[in-house]
Unconditional design. Structure first.
Ligand code: ADP
Ligand code: F6P
Length: 324
């Protein structure tokens, strides 16, 4: 080890996710239990550049494990995508004595971590996003809470859709990734699940499916549409015109990002936050934490960002088969 880490910074970046507070709590307490000093950085990389930094003690994270959102707040910061912004960020770290930094966020945030690492600040990424779209890990903090929140909302929509014998299109989050849509679609027994990775923009297939299902005796029709496909309201109008079946669209939106984290999210966040601190204490940098096949693992950020995550063909095929 070149130099022992004395002060660990922690920030949350990109979209918030339930469980981020549990991850912050883990970083703070694990680091302090190892004799380190911890500094919390507000509002992601923007707060780093603005020097919104303060000491964190174990009591600063009391009563937070059950809270949604992030007590450190989060932001998107265009300036940090420039070399100038990154150099400034590294300078601020040095000014505050931060020699190791835990970044809780998605793969955009990892690029910032990668840049800081190249500038001499030891960085570790922790996967925090409801989208599950980070390839180097089987799990990302926030996904379980988000899918359960969405599933409960969809169950309610299903009740009214069934009562009125309507078609319902429910739009769930996932701009580039269909994991939320797939899991919610399967779990709510949706007739159609539209994923950014799979959708062929063939609305006629959906229309044909609705008409065929009516003939088979199905009295209502549930479509889960991922945000990446979007246009749920206009899609509903076209489907109603083509099928004669009353069709309503509901966009679940940001409610999916909030709320008290599930046990799974609290547990994963607690382990991943702690593991990130352990890596820093071992002198590691430019790494991301993950879980693969039940093991806590870490990868080089450069390699992690090259990896691709696909929707499972088997899961997609099963989703089609179960909707007959
Ligand atoms: P997420 O981390 O959830 O994927 P974003 O993609 O919005 O969310 O990224 C969060 C922040 O990470 C950005 O606002 C920016 O500050 C930083 N970031 C994203 N891409 C880069 C990049 N190429 N270089 C440096 N920083 C980046
Ligand atoms: O990363 C989670 C996510 O909810 C995506 O599914 C969505 O596309 C994005 O965040 C929207 O974030 P915002 O509107 O805050 O930029």
């Amino acid at each position: 080890m070149d130099k022992e880490i004395k002060t660990i910074g922690v920030l949350t970046s990109g979209g918030d996710a339930p469980g981020m507070n549990a991850a912050i709590r883990a970083v703070v307490r694990r680091a302090i239990s190892k004799g380190k000093t911890v500094k919390g950085i507000q509002k992601g990389y923007q707060g780093l550049l603005n020097e919104e930094i303060s000491d964190m003690e174990p009591r600063n994270v009391s009563d937070t494990i059950q809270r949604g959102g992030t007590i450190l707040r989060t932001a998107r910061c265009e300036e940090f995508k420039t070399l100038e912004g990154q150099k400034k960020g590294a300078e601020v770290c040095r000014k505050f004595g931060i020699d190791g930094l835990v970044i809780i966020g998605g793969d955009g945030s990892y690029r910032g971590a990668q840049a800081l690492s190249k500038l001499g600040i030891n960085t570790i990424g922790v996967p925090g996003t409801i989208d599950l779209d980070i390839a180097c890990t089987d799990y990302t903090i926030g996904f379980d809470t988000a899918i359960n929140t969405a599933m409960q909302a969809i169950d309610k929509i299903r009740d009214t859709s069934s009562s009125h014998e309507r078609c319902s299109i429910v739009e769930v989050m996932g701009r580039n990734a269909g994991f939320i849509a797939l899991w919610c679609g399967v779990s709510t027994g949706a007739e159609d699940i539209l994923l950014p990775e799979k959708y062929q923009y063939n609305e006629q297939e959906i229309i044909d499916n609705i008409i065929a299902n009516r003939k088979k005796g199905k009295t209502f029709h549930l479509i889960i549409n991922a945000e990446g496909i979007g246009h749920s309201t206009s899609m509903a109008r076209r489907i109603e015109a083509a099928t004669g079946v009353e069709t309503r669209a509901t966009i679940l939106g940001y409610m999916q990002r909030g709320g008290s984290p599930t046990c799974k999210d609290r547990f994963y966040a607690s382990m991943m936050g702690s593991y990130a601190v352990d890596l820093l204490c071992e002198g590691k940098t430019n790494r991301v934490v993950g879980q693969k096949h039940g093991e806590w693992v870490d990868f080089d950020i450069d390699e992690a960002l090259e990896m691709q995550k696909q929707i499972s063909e088997y899961e997609y095929e099963v989703s089609r088969a179960l909707s007959i």
